[in-house]
Design a protein around this ligand. Structure first.
Ligand code: AMP
Length: 282
């Protein structure tokens, strides 16, 4: 397995392959790999001649410095895990300097309003940071296809918009949410939960599934109220938001329309750790 720390070395390796029209699949991650990441990796390996995975904890997308400091960094273990999947993976694991060259700041992006909803509202600057790193990584790797998880559904829609508005020739592929046996969406942040909290966090997906049933015969407003009420019964959880939104515009639903696709989105704290999840409601 080849591991690059410098974009110049990675580009030098990739450019003859790009010239030979080899298909390149790309999986950007922040590391602390779990099976959710590996499902993206396996999809890329099955659809492309070359797969590049990046591991980079991107400082500009963190609006909370404690969250950035405490983000798990487990590069050696990550490399071992990737090696078990395939020794043909090309890894790009740069330092901040290699990406930001002394100016660790975000570019500003207009995503036609997608950035003003949910995560954008609660994490100011987050999607500028995401756009900055994704655009830069796309320029370095020049993939044909890039794989993103529906776990971060708003991010997936934002990246599709970034590519469309900037005419970037990359096909953005969304991949389903991978869950622990309990139903909890896999996340690098789950590693920071105590054993009890991790067990209790299974309730998030249970409540999302019940919300789906309730939404089938009730309004969005009534469903949101029900979810809020459920979490009030569990004081170890602090609900930041539960919203029902149109999958394409990410705007909150007022009146249900038959031809639209809806999703429930949640952000919630447990033991001061912020978890997100979502569920298709159609
Ligand atoms: P992260 O390392 O958390 O930035 O995630 C890197 C990529 O993996 C993103 O596209 C995420 O949406 C995706 N991802 C993270 N967790 C999961 C999961 N449980 N299921 C599917 N994809 C995931």
């Amino acid at each position: 397995m080849l591991i690059f720390n410098k974009k110049s070395d990675l580009s030098a390796f990739l450019s003859p392959l790009i010239q030979q029209n080899k298909s390149i699949g790309f999986v950007p991650t922040m590391g602390a790999l779990h099976k959710g990441h590996l499902s993206l990796l396996e999809k890329s390996l099955s659809e492309n001649e070359i797969t590049v995975m990046s591991i980079f904890v991107n400082p500009t997308q963190f609006n909370n410095s404690e969250d950035l400091d405490k983000y798990p960094r487990t590069l050696e273990r990550d490399i071992q895990i990737m090696q078990e999947v395939s020794n043909t993976i090309i890894v790009y694991a740069p330092e901040v300097e290699d990406i930001y060259e002394g100016k660790t700041v975000s570019q500003s992006f207009d995503y036609d309003g997608l950035e003003n909803q949910m995560e954008g509202k609660h994490r100011p600057g987050h999607f500028d940071g995401v756009g900055t790193i994704v655009k830069r990584l796309f320029e370095i790797v020049q993939p044909n296809k890039a794989y993103f998880g529906e776990k971060d559904f708003q991010q997936l829609q934002i990246v599709k918009k970034l590519v469309e508005k900037n005419n970037i020739p990359v096909a953005v592929i969304g991949c389903p949410i991978h869950r622990e046996d309990s139903g909890l969406a896999m996340s690098s942040r789950n590693e920071r939960l105590s054993e009890t909290a991790r067990k209790n966090a299974a309730i998030i997906y249970q409540i999302l599934n019940s919300a789906k049933e309730i939404f089938a015969t009730n309004s969005a407003e009534a469903t949101v109220k029900w979810v809020e009420n459920e979490f009030q019964k569990h004081p170890d959880f602090q609900l930041e938001y539960f919203e029902i939104a149109d999958e394409t515009t990410l705007l909150p639903v007022n009146t249900k329309e038959a031809d639209k696709k809806y999703r429930g989105f949640i952000a919630i704290f447990i033991e001061n750790i912020r978890l997100i999840d979502n569920i298709s409601l159609n």
